[in-house]
Design a protein around this ligand. Structure first.
Ligand code: SAM
Length: 286
């Protein structure tokens, strides 16, 4: 990893293009409304992304923080967070180019940062926020999403680490390591994932000499469909609206790396209908 972080390729550029289009839509559509708009980026990074070889250009591109600072209709407040000192210094340098923006930068675990921003939002009733949750892997706790979903007026984009979860859920259930199980319990907010993702199939039942089952061997299906359905149904429990199609991001070998989910804690059919139309439009362009 260099100073300008290298953690993606074509998919990073596409993810950030979706974010840029959405933030421009959001900040323009709501600019004359009677509430303050917040942008919340718990995994801010340096503000700049050095694209790797999958991109045609090797020029650095704007990261999420720089994109948000550059929107035509600025947010009332920007909440950035980056615990890594070197990356945070680069982020601060980008922020210093926008002295007119109202920015706070913290240096804590993302879940702690989400808690404190949600505390602030809860006390500023009526404000609206967009959260962009962009971890490297499984650092997000489900409790953080629950908190975001519990405050009306939040939009959230979640970069969900499908391949990291698949690595920690081997086909053979008995091979899950304790550390993985603990992390996944936090990521999914409980241990329900184990029953959902793993099934006993007849083919894997171990029987005695007379054919009676002596042990049920649990296996995970190949493919990521069960995981996707599980995440979508869990998001549905905490948000009033979840876009029906997460955006899939594949590597060059066609393996699913991440899903990008969009959800809103907003029960206005007008707002959710508009968001769905806009996202469908953005996805055609990106
Ligand atoms: C994928 S990068 C973010 C990229 C950024 N959104 C952008 O577009 O430029 C993830 C960032 O999260 C930071 N990070 C890692 N673990 C973290 C944690 N537990 N809480 C908050 N940030 C963390 C890393 O230092 C890294 O900069």
């Amino acid at each position: 990893m260099t100073d300008n972080q290298q953690f993606g390729g074509a998919w990073t550029a596409k993810k950030l293009d979706i974010l840029k289009r959405y933030l421009n839509f959001y900040s323009t559509a709501l600019k004359n409304q009677n509430f303050n708009l917040h942008y919340v980026d718990p995994f801010s990074g340096t503000g700049t992304v050095d694209a790797d070889g999958e991109l045609i250009t090797s020029e650095p591109i704007e990261g999420s923080a720089a994109i948000s600072l550059g929107v035509a209709n600025p947010f009332f407040k920007y909440h950035f967070n980056e615990p890594h000192a070197g990356r945070r210094a680069r982020l601060e340098a980008i922020v210093s180019q926008h002295p007119e923006r109202n920015v706070s930068i913290s240096a804590v675990d993302a879940n702690t940062m989400i808690q404190s921003v949600c505390h602030e939002l809860r006390h500023r009733r009526g404000d609206r926020a967009v959260f962009f949750i962009d971890p490297f892997g499984c650092q997000l706790d489900w409790a953080s999403l629950k908190l975001i979903g519990s405050i009306p007026g939040n939009d959230v984009w979640v970069w969900f680490p499908v391949s990291a979860v698949m690595r920690q859920t081997p086909r053979d259930h008995s091979k899950i390591q304790d550390g993985w199980r603990k992390r996944l319990n936090k990521l999914f907010g409980g241990n329900e994932w184990e029953q959902t993702i793993y099934q006993a199939s007849q083919a894997t039942q171990v029987t005695d000499l007379f054919g009676a089952p002596i042990e049920e061997k649990l296996t995970r299906e190949s493919g990521t469909k069960a995981l996707d359905n599980f995440v979508t149904s869990k998001l549905d429990e905490i948000f009033q609206y979840v876009h029906p199609q997460p955006v899939p991001f594949y590597n060059a070998n066609n393996s699913l790396l991440f899903n990008l989910y969009f959800a809103m804690s907003n029960d206005s059919p007008k707002a959710t209908g508009l968001a769905q139309r806009v996202i469908n439009h953005i996805l055609k362009l990106s």
